[in-house]
Write a protein that binds this ligand. Structure first.
Ligand code: PLP
Length: 385
């Protein structure tokens, strides 16, 4: 019944976890969900207010422009200038997205022909590989290993794959490992991309979720990056707006144009009222972002203390709201997450769900209060691992 591209999708590894979670909830267990990367706090009220006003204006009720409102793209370009010191032309180098996932899923359709190879990080956000497959391309795994700081080893990519490779996805600050990359790595990537004729798509969805003064750099800050790549930004995690579906792509004008061509034939752009709320989010005070980061930092510290207390070797992440922890000896990632759920009522995501190189790890999302995290830790202590 299904098309080959659907039949070729990888097995849904979280099905067993979802099933156990439903079983536990049905039994009345007080489940602590640290699984999904979805902020628990509401969208800041000034952004909600801005949407309420915009939606009352009938001008927002019509089809939006597929490239996005120029005012939103100007706000995005200004935000890039102020937060990242990158000069972006809002007309030719900026495109509104219906969430960054949309950009990830659609960009291979614009540039990948059947049998082209796309270099995808593993562990990684699953849509890099799936978007590639939907476009008829072949994902090639770049392992993100702890000994390399969870950065890909570009020299390890085999020459035959490199010859067929046309695109590379990167994502720092990283989901799921929470690793960060600095300018020198991005510089290496730009040179590599130029030498091998690669398009670079840097997914910067966690750009603002940072701790202790860390600032996540833009890939586009590196000399020459604008010639080879684009960067995707998201309002989802930064402003607790996952449900609103808003993000933007910036970078090389030809790449932006290609992505725009796909969009103009598939979707009709993001709702104007949402883009107007997005303008408020990007141009108003950014205090709400630092307030959220302080909340996540306290949660991070509570979880880390607990995990280290039960003997897991976890380092404090500088960015993202994920804690990527090695599973205890004697477990694989699926087995340990089943144990956490069935014996402690805690949902966490098995690393293998992000690819084979995620095996041996588990991801906790900091989407519960410090009290709930402390309760989760107390339950883990009782497991006597
Ligand atoms: C690495 C990464 N990229 C992109 C997304 C998609 O974000 P959105 O479509 O909400 O902007 C996510 C969501 O979890 C993610 O983890």
């Amino acid at each position: 019944m299904y098309a080959d591209r659907i039949n070729a999708l990888p097995p849904y590894l979280f099905a067993a976890i979802d099933e156990s979670k439903s079983r536990m909830l049905a039994k009345g267990v007080d489940v602590i969900d640290l699984g999904v990367g979805d902020p628990d706090q509401p969208t800041p009220s000034h952004i909600v207010e801005s949407m309420c006003q915009a939606v009352r204006d009938p001008a927002t009720h019509r089809y939006p422009s597929y490239t996005g409102m120029l005012e939103f793209r100007k706000a995005a370009a200004k935000w890039c200038q102020e937060s990242r010191d990158i000069d972006i032309d809002p007309v030719n180098q900026t495109l509104t997205l219906i969430g960054s996932k949309e950009g990830v899923a659609h960009i291979p359709l614009a540039f990948i022909n059947p049998d082209d190879v796309v270099l995808c990080p593993d562990p990684g956000y699953p849509v890099y590989k799936i978007g590639t497959q939907f476009a008829g391309g072949e994902p090639f795994t770049m392992p993100l290993l702890e000994e390399n700081g969870f950065l890909p080893d570009l020299d390890a990519i085999p020459a035959d794959m490199l010859a067929r490779a046309k695109m590379m996805f990167l994502n720092y600050p990283n989901n799921p490992t929470s690793a960060t990359a600095d300018g020198s790595f991005f510089k290496e990537v730009v040179e590599f991309a130029k030498d091998n004729d690669l398009i670079v798509v840097h997914d910067n969805a966690y750009s603002e979720m940072v701790y202790e003064g860390y600032k996540a750099p833009s890939f586009l800050n590196v000399n020459g990056a604008m010639e080879v790549g684009i960067e995707l930004y998201s309002l989802s995690k930064t402003y607790n707006m996952t449900g609103w579906r808003l993000g933007f792509a910036v970078g090389n004008a030809d790449l932006i144009k290609g992505l725009g061509k796909v969009k103009s034939n598939i979707d009709s752009g993001a709702f104007d009222a949402i883009q107007m709320a997005g303008i408020t989010a990007l141009t108003d005070s950014q205090q709400c972002v630092s307030d959220m980061n302080r909340i996540y930092e306290k949660r991070r510290d509570a979880l880390l203390k607990g995990l280290q207390g039960i003997g897991l070797d976890v380092k404090p992440p500088k960015a993202t709201f994920y804690v990527w922890a090695p599973v205890p000896n004697g477990y694989d990632s699926m087995g340990f997450s089943q144990l956490l759920l069935e014996e402690a009522g805690i949902v966490a995501t098995p690393g293998v769900g992000f690819g084979q190189h995620g095996e041996g790890y588990i991801r906790f999302a900091l989407t519960q209060s410090v009290d709930r995290i402390n309760e989760a830790v107390a339950r883990m202590e009782k497991l006597r691992l």
